[in-house]
Design a protein around this ligand. Structure first.
Ligand SMILES: N[C@@H](CCC(=O)N[C@@H](CS)C(=O)NCC(=O)O)C(=O)O
Ligand SMILES: [Fe+2]
Length: 288
């Protein structure tokens, strides 16, 4: 089984992990879940986090095959289009992005020109679709539950699971966003736990439970099966759903959900500029 080099970038502001996944043979890579820095007080976007990824790719002389978004993130803005401008590569997400665009197109009463067929992306992955990163074999797995369009990506001996499982001592992703569903997430997680035991598993966030001092984002399938506090072997679907739904009822919306979703449903592009050349975000009152 081929083994990609995996370089992680941790964004402290949103607890998000981005990855550059490289085929050591061809030096072709995929960039997974990049972050555009956003200051909600000023409405200012910056490229500090994304620049670190661009610098790394240039320094290592890598060719970018793919910019993968595991889902329409609700907690940070994607830097994928900005990175693509400098490095190339195909920007891709799961085919069920169309459902997310329908839902949030309505929530934000988006302009009629806002296409809800996923055309803002270069490629829409289907469940089980295979593709390559350099010579590495890769496969997209539809793993909904947190959102309807969530995909995980198996690349060589590694899997990038987006928001499904977090570290075993933290548990799993929430299921209370529009289109989320705890029962569906349980089923998706079973497909991830059925991967080979030794598969390296890379997570999209770490929220540092009280029991731990260091951020961690890598584990294995075997470790999750044995130790994940929400879904280890022996926990039934009913038990999981009851736990997840009661926990979700206690969670606040992510700090950046309104800006994130408006931008990420457009593949990371800002809304069209108004006649004064400025792009605006909306705040729907009492809608979420
Ligand atoms: N405090 C964070 C919360 C982020 C959040 O809700 N994260 C989602 C993933 S986008 C999640 O699944 N959290 C799981 C949980 O806290 O149980 C923020 O405001 O950004
Ligand atoms: Fe998420």
């Amino acid at each position: 089984m081929s083994r990609p080099d995996v370089k992680a970038f941790f964004d402290h502001d949103t607890n998000t992990v981005s990855y550059v996944v490289t085929d050591p043979e061809t030096r072709h890579c995929a960039i997974v879940d990049s972050v555009l820095d956003y200051a909600p007080n000023s409405g200012r976007t910056r490229h500090g986090s994304a620049q670190q990824i661009v610098d790394y790719v240039k320094q290592e002389k890598l060719t970018v095959d793919w910019l993968l978004e595991t889902h329409v993130h609700a907690d940070h803005l994607s830097a994928a289009p900005w990175i693509q401008e400098q490095l190339g590569g195909k920007l891709a997400i799961g085919e069920h992005i169309t459902t997310v665009q329908e839902t949030f197109g309505k929530v934000f009463n988006a302009e009629t020109e806002f296409a809800r067929d996923g055309r803002q992306f270069d490629h829409l992955f289907k469940d089980g679709e295979t593709y390559k990163v350099g010579n590495l074999e890769a496969r997209a797995m539809h793993t909904p539950g947190h959102t309807p369009a969530c995909m995980s990506h198996v690349i060589g001996d590694a899997v990038f699971v987006g928001d499904t499982l977090f570290m075993p001592d933290y548990g799993t992703a929430r299921c209370d966003f529009p289109g989320g569903d705890a029962r569906t997430l349980y089923q998706s997680i079973q497909t991830l736990l059925a991967l080979p035991d030794e598969t390296r598993m890379f997570l999209c966030h770490d929220y540092l439970p009280d029991s731990r001092k260091e951020y961690v984002w890598e584990t294995t399938v075997a470790d999750q099966r044995k130790h994940n506090i929400h879904v280890h072997e022996g926990i039934s679907e009913e038990e999981f759903v009851a736990m997840r739904e009661s926990r979700d009822a206690t969670l606040d919306m992510p700090r950046l959900i309104l800006p994130s979703v408006q931008v990420n449903m457009r593949a990371g592009h800002l809304p069209p500029e108004e006649d004064n050349g400025v792009s605006y975000l909306k705040i729907p009152l009492n809608a979420l």
